[in-house]
Design a protein around this ligand. Structure first.
Ligand SMILES: NC(=O)c1ccc[n+]([C@@H]2O[C@H](COP(=O)([O-])OP(=O)(O)OC[C@H]3O[C@@H](n4cnc5c(N)ncnc54)[C@H](O)[C@@H]3O)[C@@H](O)[C@H]2O)c1
Length: 257
């Protein structure tokens, strides 16, 4: 009924910052051994040092399958990998046609898919393979994968062509992945965050961040990364959550711009 987090191992991509970092903190507070997989080595190391022996890290790029295998192998050491959370992601602003009428740059479109979509695919498939080799828990459950979409998968704004495509694909993978993995007792869910106060948004000036917060239905503020981390632990623990995409957004529906 409830999956035990204590004693399980977890891999968290993008775990060195923002929503991923909050996930690492939430999972390790509940006794999971966490592997932070992030391309920002110094931030990953700093987090692992701050949180202590239950947290280790791998520096690498989620769009590189070899890096992903290395990270999953490290997370699976000891044989209790049960949790994979994909948070690594990047944004990009570009319209179908630029102001001068020229078409959207293909290489930037591809870069966003490489990180957000193929990165999620790389880690999800490799983690699923490792989790499928573990001993089953109660009810035959072996583990859970949580991917990070965005409200941009549903309410993509002007300039979010590449980003929305990558996040829409993560939404689209959720049910078939859950169906594929049911046979080995692995659940798959996705979270579609709204506007969260992470270093990504921290780059904006305070008044602009305040205004964004006020655009949320209720509560009228930006989401806190800890609220994301808390939902991840809820999904991991609740064995009846599967094949679902959960909006975590304070009820916001994004306007065209
Ligand atoms: N912050 C928001 O409001 C928001 C809203 C919706 C969705 N999201 C999604 O949530 C996820 C986390 O966003 P965040 O706000 O915490 O961002 P963030 O920039 O704070 O953290 C992202 C982390 O991913 C890492 N990363 C980026 N590219 C990588 C790569 N190729 N390989 C390995 N690591 C890589 C970065 O080094 C960073 O540590 C992203 O997928 C983002 O699209 C965020």
């Amino acid at each position: 009924m409830f999956m035990e987090i204590k004693g399980s191992s977890a891999i968290v991509t993008g775990g060195a910052s923002g929503l991923g970092e909050a996930t690492v903190k939430a999972l390790s507070a509940l006794g999971a051994r966490c592997t932070v997989f992030d391309r920002n080595e110094s931030a990953a190391k700093a987090l692992a040092d701050a949180l202590g022996s239950g947290v280790n890290y791998v520096a690498g790029d989620v769009s590189d399958p070899d890096d992903c295998q290395r990270a999953v192998d490290q997370a699976a050491e000891g044989g209790s990998l049960r949790i994979a959370v994909n948070c690594a992601g990047i944004g990009w602003v570009g319209r179908v046609i630029n102001r001068d009428g020229s078409p959207h740059d293909l290489s930037m479109f591809q870069l966003v898919q490489n990180v957000n979509l193929f990165g999620t695919f790389n880690v999800m498939t490799r983690a699923a393979s490792a989790i499928s080799a573990t001993e089953p828990l109660a009810d035959g459950e072996r583990g859970v994968i949580v991917n990070t979409a965005s409200v941009a998968a549903f309410d993509g704004q002007i300039g979010q062509l590449a980003y929305s495509a990558s996040k829409g694909a993560i939404v689209g993978m959720t049910l078939p992945a859950a169906r594929d993995l049911a046979v080995v007792g692995i659940r798959v869910c996705a979270i579609a965050p709204g506007l969260f106060d992470t270093p990504l948004l921290g780059l904006l000036p305070e008044p602009q961040r305040d205004a964004l917060g006020k655009s949320v239905l209720f509560p009228r503020r930006l989401g806190q990364p800890a609220e994301y981390g808390s939902l991840v632990t809820d999904i991991v623990r609740n064995s009846y959550l599967n094949g679902e995409v959960i909006r975590l957004d304070g009820g916001i529906r994004m306007p065209p711009k």
